[in-house]
Write a protein that binds this ligand. Structure first.
Ligand code: ATP
Length: 339
């Protein structure tokens, strides 16, 4: 296991400064997910840890040691990519063993290690198969097992699930969480998918344009977003944002925190609990089974509402209400003002 630290790290590709003075500590043994839109610098950070693309300035520390001069193979890290390289002509066993050959490990020990790791990732019954006879998820497990035989103290994963179909992705997410628990190793996982980040991370590091926007556990990042970017990036549908008409101050609320009522019925309530409400018209309705997503237009504003009720129809006049305690406020400087 190992902690990782970035200390005042900057990275430029020729004159293009991608990361500037970034500071980040990744806890020993944690499952940390770097998330953010395409091009925000996630892979660049991961490659710096691996030693595949050194920083322009600053320090990267693994377990407190500056690794600038340590070559990739000696950093105790293993990387699993989106396009995981497994050899098509080799069996599963040979693929997994491949990483060990170079380390001059005796045959008996190699066999034992390959088998115990195959068991961990559920490949024991497939050791003699060729990759072409495996499912996408099983191939992904071969790539994981191949990284695992090296017994790294840090696992780096760059969008490892993005080539899998939606159902398998969900299953592999659960398997990765289990694997992390079993190994207790530091995992650093890159994705642009906020659902993946929310479901797997101990800590989410949300980035945009080379800068860390917020670093927090999933619950905190969802309920206490520190700025507008975080508020809108995390959550589906994203947080509704409106303008208070006061010097750049905006308010926001999550679609599931808004309630709807038929316009006529709502007028009869006098609004005893302090809440924000507005009148609007339903413009779209999407029934997803357990919940329905409505889009409500009110003058030139449009808000998404996620409701357990499928009781409203398109063109219906409704009142949208949000409890005051569920409102978020974002100041002109994008700092959160406590409600
Ligand atoms: P994605 O989710 O699309 O993989 P990312 O967040 O991982 O994106 P990076 O790959 O880290 O983003 O790239 C960050 C920025 O650095 C991008 O603007 C990219 O164009 C630039 N960049 C990355 N690698 C190079 C390179 N070898 N040469 C020049 N620019 C690069």
């Amino acid at each position: 296991m190992a902690s990782i630290q970035f200390v005042n790290v900057s990275k430029a590709f020729e004159k293009n400064a991608v990361i500037q003075n970034l500071n980040l500590t990744i806890e020993d043994g944690a499952f940390t997910v770097l998330v953010g839109p395409s091009g925000c610098g996630k892979t660049t950070l991961l490659r710096m840890i691996a030693g595949l693309g050194p920083q322009t300035s600053g320090q990267v520390l693994i377990d407190g040691k500056d690794v600038s001069r340590i070559p990739p193979g000696q950093r105790g890290v293993a990387m699993v990519f989106q396009n995981y390289a497994i050899y098509p002509t080799m069996s599963v066993r040979e693929n997994i063993e491949f990483g060990l050959r170079n380390n001059k490990i005796p045959k008996a020990e190699r066999v034992q290690l390959v088998e115990s790791i195959s068991e961990t990732v559920g490949l024991l019954d497939y050791l003699d198969r060729k990759p072409s006879a495996l499912s996408g998820g099983q191939r992904q497990r071969v790539a994981l097992a191949r990284a695992m035989v090296k017994k790294p103290s840090v696992f780096l994963m760059d969008e490892p699930l993005s080539n899998l179909d939606a159902k398998l992705r969900v299953q592999m997410r659960i398997e990765l969480i289990e694997l992390h628990k079993k190994l207790g190793t530091t995992f650093v996982y890159v994705t642009h998918d906020q659902v993946e980040a929310m479901s797997m991370a101990d800590t989410i590091v949300l980035m945009n344009q080379g800068e860390i926007q917020q670093e927090a556990p999933p619950h905190e990042i969802y309920h206490q977003p520190s700025n507008l970017f975080t508020a809108q990036f995390i959550g589906v549908p994203s947080m509704n944002i409106g303008d208070l008409g006061v010097d750049g101050v905006k308010f926001g609320f999550r679609p599931e925190n808004a309630g709807l009522s038929a316009a006529t019925a709502a007028r009869e309530h006098s609004g005893l609990t302090p809440h924000y409400s507005l009148q609007g018209t339903i413009v779209t309705r999407e029934m997803l089974g357990a919940e329905t997503i409505y889009q409500v237009r009110s003058r030139d504003l449009s808000f998404m509402v996620k409701s357990p009720e499928d009781a409203y129809h398109v063109d219906q006049e409704v009142v949208l209400g949000v409890e005051a305690s569920k409102l978020h406020f974002f100041g002109a400087d994008e700092l959160r003002i406590p409600a």
